[in-house]
Design a protein around this ligand. Sequence first.
Ligand code: ZN
Length: 325
Amino acid sequence: MQSELSIRLNEEGYKNWVKAGFCLQKIRDCLLGFVYTEMEKFHQRLLQTNSYLRQICKNSCRPQATQFQRACSLCGEWKREILTHHTNQNNVIYWGNCSPPLWPIHAWEVAKVYMPRGQSNRQGPEKCDVAALLNLINFCDQFDFVERQKVIEIIKCRNELMHSVEMSVSAKWLDNYRWKILEFLQEFRHIPEAKAADKMIKEIALSNWQVQITEKDTVDALKITDEINADMIFNAELELIREWVKELCFTVEEQEVLHIQHLNSLNTFKEFLKQNKELESVLHQEVEHLYSLEQKLKSGIRTVNDQDGEEWNLEEKEHNNRKDM
Ligand SMILES: [Zn+2]
C-alpha cells in the first residue's frame, strides 16, 4: 500500500494534477463566506427594491432542468428580476437547480440560478464546488467589481483539469495556472481568507514533494509547510478524484453518447484503481457509479470518435483493441 502511494504521489504529471486540484479547493474555501454574504446583500436589495417579491408562492411552482414556463405571477416576477441581474442574457439557465417558492426566503436559492446544473440538493454554499461559486461570480452582477475575464480563465483551467483524460497536467500548465489564480485572487485582496489562500497556493504550487518509504515501511511525512501537511494533501487528492469521476459520469449520462475521450477517461480510472487498491474502498461510491455506468454503456449507448466522427459500440472497440495487440 505504501509503495502504491509513493509511486502515485511522486509521478510528475499526477503530482501536478493534485497540486492544481488543491489550489482550486483553496479558492473555493477562501471565497465561501464572502460569496454567501454578498448573496444575502443581493437578496435584500431585490426585496427592498421590489416589495412584491416578499409574497409567498401558493402554487408550488417547479421548474424542470432549463425550463420554467409555468410560473405563477410571483415566481414570474422573480424570474424576470433574476434575469435582469444576469451578466449573459443568452446563457442557458438551469432553473431546475432551485425551488422558486423558496426565493423570497433563502438567498442561496436565488444564487443557484446563476450556477451550472446539478445544484438542486445543495442548500448552502458549503455544499457547493468551486465551479458553482465561479459561475455565480461570473454571472451575477452583484460581483461586478470583479474583472470577469479573470474568472473565466479559472473556469477554463478548472474544466481542463476535470477533463484531463490521464489525470495529469504538465509543469508548464501548472505554472501558467498558478499565475492565473494569483491574478484572480488579486480581485479579492480585501478578503483576509483570500490573502491566506494566496500564500498557501504559492507554497503548494512551487513545492516539490517526494514521498519516501523508510526501512520500517512508513511514509515520510508529506509536510510542505507548517500549514500544509500530508492529511491535507490526501484529502485534496480524494476530493479531486471524486469531482473528476462525478464530472465524467455527469457528462456521459447527459450526452447519452460516449465520446472516445470519455471512454479513455473511463479506462484510465479503472487502471488507476487497479494500481491503487487502497483507494478502491475509499472511493466505493464513485466506483459503484462507474460500474453501473459501464453496464449501461454495454447495453447499448454508442460511442463517438471525435477525430473522424466514426462510431462503434463497446464490444467492437474491445475487438479492435484485441486486433491491435
Ligand atoms: Zn410560484
